[in-house]
Design a protein around this ligand. Structure first.
Ligand SMILES: [Zn+2]
Ligand SMILES: [Zn+2]
Length: 311
Protein backbone atom coordinates (compact mmCIF):
# COMPACT_ATOMS: atom_id res chain seq x y z
CA UNK A 1 0.00 0.00 0.00
CA UNK A 2 1.48 3.36 -0.98
CA UNK A 3 1.75 6.46 1.15
CA UNK A 4 -0.41 8.21 -1.45
CA UNK A 5 -3.28 5.79 -1.01
CA UNK A 6 -3.00 6.00 2.79
CA UNK A 7 -3.28 9.77 2.79
CA UNK A 8 -6.20 9.58 0.40
CA UNK A 9 -7.94 7.21 2.83
CA UNK A 10 -7.12 9.52 5.72
CA UNK A 11 -8.55 12.41 3.74
CA UNK A 12 -11.77 10.46 3.04
CA UNK A 13 -12.04 9.42 6.72
CA UNK A 14 -11.53 13.01 7.85
CA UNK A 15 -14.08 14.17 5.31
CA UNK A 16 -16.69 11.63 6.36
CA UNK A 17 -16.26 12.43 10.06
CA UNK A 18 -16.64 16.13 9.19
CA UNK A 19 -19.84 15.27 7.29
CA UNK A 20 -21.07 13.17 10.24
CA UNK A 21 -20.44 16.08 12.64
CA UNK A 22 -22.24 18.51 10.32
CA UNK A 23 -25.18 16.11 9.98
CA UNK A 24 -25.39 15.79 13.77
CA UNK A 25 -25.25 19.56 14.22
CA UNK A 26 -27.95 20.00 11.60
CA UNK A 27 -30.10 17.29 13.19
CA UNK A 28 -29.75 19.04 16.54
CA UNK A 29 -30.59 22.38 14.97
CA UNK A 30 -33.54 20.92 13.10
CA UNK A 31 -34.89 18.89 16.00
CA UNK A 32 -38.60 19.63 15.82
CA UNK A 33 -40.06 21.86 18.47
CA UNK A 34 -42.86 20.40 20.59
CA UNK A 35 -46.17 22.23 20.29
CA UNK A 36 -49.24 21.87 22.50
CA UNK A 37 -52.50 22.74 20.76
CA UNK A 38 -55.63 22.92 22.91
CA UNK A 39 -58.29 21.65 20.53
CA UNK A 40 -61.27 21.53 22.88
CA UNK A 41 -61.52 23.04 26.34
CA UNK A 42 -65.11 22.49 27.52
CA UNK A 43 -65.96 20.02 30.27
CA UNK A 44 -68.87 17.60 30.39
CA UNK A 45 -70.92 15.89 27.69
CA UNK A 46 -73.50 18.62 26.95
CA UNK A 47 -72.66 20.35 23.66
CA UNK A 48 -71.46 23.90 24.36
CA UNK A 49 -71.69 27.14 22.37
CA UNK A 50 -68.49 28.56 23.82
CA UNK A 51 -66.01 25.74 23.47
CA UNK A 52 -65.43 22.35 21.86
CA UNK A 53 -65.30 19.04 23.76
CA UNK A 54 -62.03 17.89 25.36
CA UNK A 55 -59.04 17.20 23.11
CA UNK A 56 -55.37 18.21 23.02
CA UNK A 57 -52.73 17.71 20.35
CA UNK A 58 -49.06 17.37 21.15
CA UNK A 59 -47.26 17.99 17.89
CA UNK A 60 -43.61 17.15 17.34
CA UNK A 61 -42.56 18.16 13.82
CA UNK A 62 -44.85 16.33 11.44
CA UNK A 63 -46.28 13.92 14.00
CA UNK A 64 -49.48 14.45 15.95
CA UNK A 65 -50.17 12.73 19.26
CA UNK A 66 -53.78 13.30 20.25
CA UNK A 67 -55.12 13.17 23.80
CA UNK A 68 -58.87 12.56 23.98
CA UNK A 69 -61.45 12.63 21.24
CA UNK A 70 -64.28 14.89 22.29
CA UNK A 71 -67.12 15.34 19.83
CA UNK A 72 -65.94 17.29 16.79
CA UNK A 73 -62.25 16.55 17.27
CA UNK A 74 -61.83 15.86 13.54
CA UNK A 75 -63.03 19.38 12.75
CA UNK A 76 -60.94 20.92 15.54
CA UNK A 77 -57.87 19.31 13.95
CA UNK A 78 -58.88 20.88 10.62
CA UNK A 79 -59.32 24.29 12.27
CA UNK A 80 -55.88 23.93 13.85
CA UNK A 81 -54.46 23.02 10.43
CA UNK A 82 -53.22 19.71 11.74
CA UNK A 83 -53.52 17.20 8.86
CA UNK A 84 -54.91 13.72 9.48
CA UNK A 85 -52.02 12.17 7.57
CA UNK A 86 -49.73 13.29 10.44
CA UNK A 87 -51.75 11.55 13.16
CA UNK A 88 -49.50 8.98 14.81
CA UNK A 89 -51.24 7.96 18.06
CA UNK A 90 -54.34 8.65 20.13
CA UNK A 91 -54.56 8.47 23.92
CA UNK A 92 -58.00 8.39 25.57
CA UNK A 93 -57.91 9.46 29.22
CA UNK A 94 -61.13 7.64 30.12
CA UNK A 95 -64.30 6.34 28.60
CA UNK A 96 -66.67 9.20 29.45
CA UNK A 97 -68.54 10.46 26.39
CA UNK A 98 -67.10 13.99 26.51
CA UNK A 99 -63.69 12.36 25.96
CA UNK A 100 -64.52 9.66 23.41
CA UNK A 101 -67.60 10.69 21.40
CA UNK A 102 -65.39 11.90 18.55
CA UNK A 103 -63.22 8.76 18.44
CA UNK A 104 -65.16 6.87 15.75
CA UNK A 105 -65.83 9.96 13.60
CA UNK A 106 -62.14 10.93 13.85
CA UNK A 107 -61.25 7.83 11.87
CA UNK A 108 -64.34 7.64 9.66
CA UNK A 109 -63.92 11.24 8.53
CA UNK A 110 -60.14 11.29 8.76
CA UNK A 111 -60.07 8.30 6.41
CA UNK A 112 -61.62 10.51 3.75
CA UNK A 113 -59.30 13.33 4.78
CA UNK A 114 -55.94 11.78 4.09
CA UNK A 115 -55.39 9.19 6.80
CA UNK A 116 -53.19 6.60 5.13
CA UNK A 117 -50.86 5.13 7.78
CA UNK A 118 -51.94 3.04 10.80
CA UNK A 119 -52.66 4.96 14.01
CA UNK A 120 -52.15 3.34 17.41
CA UNK A 121 -54.85 4.16 19.92
CA UNK A 122 -54.55 3.68 23.68
CA UNK A 123 -57.18 3.72 26.38
CA UNK A 124 -59.07 1.75 28.97
CA UNK A 125 -61.34 -1.16 28.08
CA UNK A 126 -63.57 -1.50 26.16
CA UNK A 127 -61.42 0.34 23.59
CA UNK A 128 -60.89 -2.75 21.43
CA UNK A 129 -64.58 -3.70 21.33
CA UNK A 130 -65.59 -0.04 20.81
CA UNK A 131 -63.26 0.27 17.84
CA UNK A 132 -64.62 -2.89 16.24
CA UNK A 133 -68.24 -1.98 16.89
CA UNK A 134 -67.82 1.56 15.58
CA UNK A 135 -66.28 0.24 12.37
CA UNK A 136 -69.19 -2.24 12.11
CA UNK A 137 -71.65 0.62 12.55
CA UNK A 138 -69.97 2.54 9.72
CA UNK A 139 -69.72 -0.52 7.46
CA UNK A 140 -72.19 0.68 4.84
CA UNK A 141 -70.26 3.89 4.16
CA UNK A 142 -66.86 2.25 4.40
CA UNK A 143 -67.72 -0.50 1.92
CA UNK A 144 -69.45 1.97 -0.38
CA UNK A 145 -66.38 4.23 -0.53
CA UNK A 146 -64.05 1.29 -1.02
CA UNK A 147 -66.14 0.19 -4.02
CA UNK A 148 -67.03 3.60 -5.37
CA UNK A 149 -63.88 5.62 -4.63
CA UNK A 150 -61.29 2.87 -4.61
CA UNK A 151 -60.32 3.48 -0.97
CA UNK A 152 -58.28 0.94 0.93
CA UNK A 153 -59.92 -0.64 4.02
CA UNK A 154 -60.19 1.53 7.13
CA UNK A 155 -59.89 -1.16 9.82
CA UNK A 156 -56.12 -1.76 9.36
CA UNK A 157 -55.51 1.97 9.93
CA UNK A 158 -56.79 1.84 13.53
CA UNK A 159 -54.81 -0.26 16.02
CA UNK A 160 -56.42 -0.15 19.48
CA UNK A 161 -54.44 -1.09 22.61
CA UNK A 162 -56.17 -1.38 25.99
CA UNK A 163 -54.34 -0.20 29.10
CA UNK A 164 -55.29 -0.90 32.69
CA UNK A 165 -52.16 0.05 34.63
CA UNK A 166 -49.68 2.87 35.12
CA UNK A 167 -46.37 2.93 33.24
CA UNK A 168 -44.89 3.65 29.84
CA UNK A 169 -47.53 3.15 27.18
CA UNK A 170 -45.83 4.45 24.05
CA UNK A 171 -42.40 5.39 22.78
CA UNK A 172 -40.96 6.39 19.46
CA UNK A 173 -37.98 8.51 18.46
CA UNK A 174 -39.84 11.75 19.27
CA UNK A 175 -41.83 11.11 22.41
CA UNK A 176 -42.17 8.92 25.45
CA UNK A 177 -45.67 8.65 26.90
CA UNK A 178 -46.23 7.58 30.50
CA UNK A 179 -49.62 6.99 32.08
CA UNK A 180 -50.77 7.07 35.65
CA UNK A 181 -54.11 6.15 37.18
CA UNK A 182 -55.77 9.33 38.32
CA UNK A 183 -58.79 9.44 40.64
CA UNK A 184 -62.12 9.77 38.83
CA UNK A 185 -64.73 7.63 40.57
CA UNK A 186 -66.64 5.56 39.74
CA UNK A 187 -64.34 4.91 36.75
CA UNK A 188 -61.71 2.32 37.57
CA UNK A 189 -59.32 2.94 34.68
CA UNK A 190 -58.98 6.68 34.24
CA UNK A 191 -55.59 8.03 33.20
CA UNK A 192 -53.37 11.08 33.14
CA UNK A 193 -50.61 11.09 30.50
CA UNK A 194 -47.14 12.61 30.47
CA UNK A 195 -45.33 13.39 27.20
CA UNK A 196 -41.56 13.77 27.33
CA UNK A 197 -39.87 15.00 24.17
CA UNK A 198 -36.39 16.36 23.44
CA UNK A 199 -37.40 19.89 24.39
CA UNK A 200 -40.49 19.66 26.64
CA UNK A 201 -42.54 17.74 29.16
CA UNK A 202 -46.31 18.08 29.07
CA UNK A 203 -48.86 16.42 31.35
CA UNK A 204 -52.59 16.09 30.68
CA UNK A 205 -54.49 15.36 33.90
CA UNK A 206 -57.61 13.82 32.36
CA UNK A 207 -60.66 14.02 34.63
CA UNK A 208 -59.72 13.58 38.25
CA UNK A 209 -60.23 14.77 41.76
CA UNK A 210 -57.11 15.82 43.70
CA UNK A 211 -54.66 13.07 42.85
CA UNK A 212 -51.28 12.25 44.37
CA UNK A 213 -50.57 10.11 41.29
CA UNK A 214 -51.03 13.13 39.04
CA UNK A 215 -48.65 15.11 41.27
CA UNK A 216 -46.04 12.36 40.94
CA UNK A 217 -46.50 12.10 37.18
CA UNK A 218 -46.29 15.87 36.72
CA UNK A 219 -43.23 16.39 38.92
CA UNK A 220 -41.01 19.03 37.31
CA UNK A 221 -43.02 19.12 34.06
CA UNK A 222 -42.90 22.22 31.89
CA UNK A 223 -46.67 22.27 31.39
CA UNK A 224 -49.58 20.72 33.28
CA UNK A 225 -53.00 20.86 31.64
CA UNK A 226 -55.45 20.21 34.47
CA UNK A 227 -59.22 19.93 34.56
CA UNK A 228 -61.09 22.31 36.85
CA UNK A 229 -64.52 22.73 38.45
CA UNK A 230 -66.06 25.55 40.45
CA UNK A 231 -67.11 24.29 43.87
CA UNK A 232 -68.92 27.58 44.58
CA UNK A 233 -70.98 27.19 41.42
CA UNK A 234 -72.12 23.63 42.07
CA UNK A 235 -72.31 23.54 45.86
CA UNK A 236 -75.41 25.73 46.14
CA UNK A 237 -79.18 25.38 45.89
CA UNK A 238 -80.44 25.62 42.32
CA UNK A 239 -77.30 24.35 40.61
CA UNK A 240 -78.33 23.58 37.00
CA UNK A 241 -77.97 19.77 37.08
CA UNK A 242 -79.83 16.96 38.90
CA UNK A 243 -78.48 16.15 42.41
CA UNK A 244 -76.76 12.93 41.28
CA UNK A 245 -74.82 14.82 38.61
CA UNK A 246 -73.84 17.56 41.06
CA UNK A 247 -72.68 14.86 43.47
CA UNK A 248 -70.49 13.34 40.72
CA UNK A 249 -69.06 16.74 39.77
CA UNK A 250 -68.07 17.53 43.34
CA UNK A 251 -66.78 14.05 44.19
CA UNK A 252 -64.83 13.27 41.01
CA UNK A 253 -63.29 16.55 39.85
CA UNK A 254 -60.89 19.19 41.22
CA UNK A 255 -61.77 22.74 42.18
CA UNK A 256 -59.49 25.63 41.24
CA UNK A 257 -57.68 26.00 44.60
CA UNK A 258 -56.91 22.27 44.63
CA UNK A 259 -55.64 22.46 41.04
CA UNK A 260 -53.29 25.16 42.30
CA UNK A 261 -52.19 22.82 45.09
CA UNK A 262 -51.48 20.02 42.60
CA UNK A 263 -49.43 22.33 40.34
CA UNK A 264 -47.45 23.69 43.31
CA UNK A 265 -46.78 20.23 44.76
CA UNK A 266 -45.62 18.96 41.37
CA UNK A 267 -43.45 22.05 40.78
CA UNK A 268 -44.59 22.55 37.19
CA UNK A 269 -43.60 25.60 35.17
CA UNK A 270 -46.96 26.47 33.62
CA UNK A 271 -50.44 25.46 34.72
CA UNK A 272 -53.10 25.38 32.03
CA UNK A 273 -56.67 25.29 33.34
CA UNK A 274 -59.03 23.44 31.01
CA UNK A 275 -62.15 21.21 30.96
CA UNK A 276 -64.14 23.91 32.75
CA UNK A 277 -67.20 22.75 34.70
CA UNK A 278 -69.19 24.84 34.13
CA UNK A 279 -67.89 26.04 30.77
CA UNK A 280 -70.56 28.67 30.19
CA UNK A 281 -73.91 30.02 31.32
CA UNK A 282 -75.14 32.37 34.05
CA UNK A 283 -72.83 32.39 37.03
CA UNK A 284 -69.97 30.55 35.29
CA UNK A 285 -66.64 31.82 36.62
CA UNK A 286 -64.74 34.41 34.60
CA UNK A 287 -61.16 33.77 33.49
CA UNK A 288 -59.99 36.01 36.35
CA UNK A 289 -61.97 33.98 38.88
CA UNK A 290 -60.58 30.66 37.62
CA UNK A 291 -57.05 32.09 37.86
CA UNK A 292 -57.66 33.60 41.30
CA UNK A 293 -58.73 30.19 42.66
CA UNK A 294 -55.60 28.41 41.43
CA UNK A 295 -53.37 31.37 42.33
CA UNK A 296 -54.06 30.86 46.04
CA UNK A 297 -51.58 27.99 45.99
CA UNK A 298 -49.62 28.19 42.72
CA UNK A 299 -47.19 31.02 42.01
CA UNK A 300 -46.10 30.01 38.50
CA UNK A 301 -47.66 30.95 35.17
CA UNK A 302 -51.38 30.16 34.83
CA UNK A 303 -53.14 30.01 31.47
CA UNK A 304 -56.91 29.78 30.98
CA UNK A 305 -57.29 27.39 28.04
CA UNK A 306 -59.12 28.48 24.89
CA UNK A 307 -59.99 26.33 21.88
CA UNK A 308 -57.15 26.29 19.34
CA UNK A 309 -54.73 28.11 21.64
CA UNK A 310 -51.19 26.93 21.00
CA UNK A 311 -48.56 26.85 23.71
ZN1 LIG B 1 -64.82 15.13 31.22
ZN1 LIG C 1 -64.98 12.14 33.19
Amino acid sequence: MTAGRLSRRAFIAAGSSFLACSALAMAQQERPRTRLVLLGTAGGPTPKAKAAAPAQAIVVGDRIYLVDCGDGVARQLALAKLPMRDLRAVFITHQHSDHNAGYGPLFLLGWAGGLSAPVDTYGAPPLVAMTKQLLDAYRYDIELRMRDEGRSPLAPLVRPHEITAAGEVFKDDRVRVTATLNDHPPIEHSFAYRFDTADRSIVISGDTRYSDNVIKLARGADVLVHEVVSREFWDRPGAPQPPAVVRHILASHTDAPDVGRVAAAAGVGTLVLSHFVPTEGPGAPTDEQWIAGARRHFKGKIVVAKDLLEL
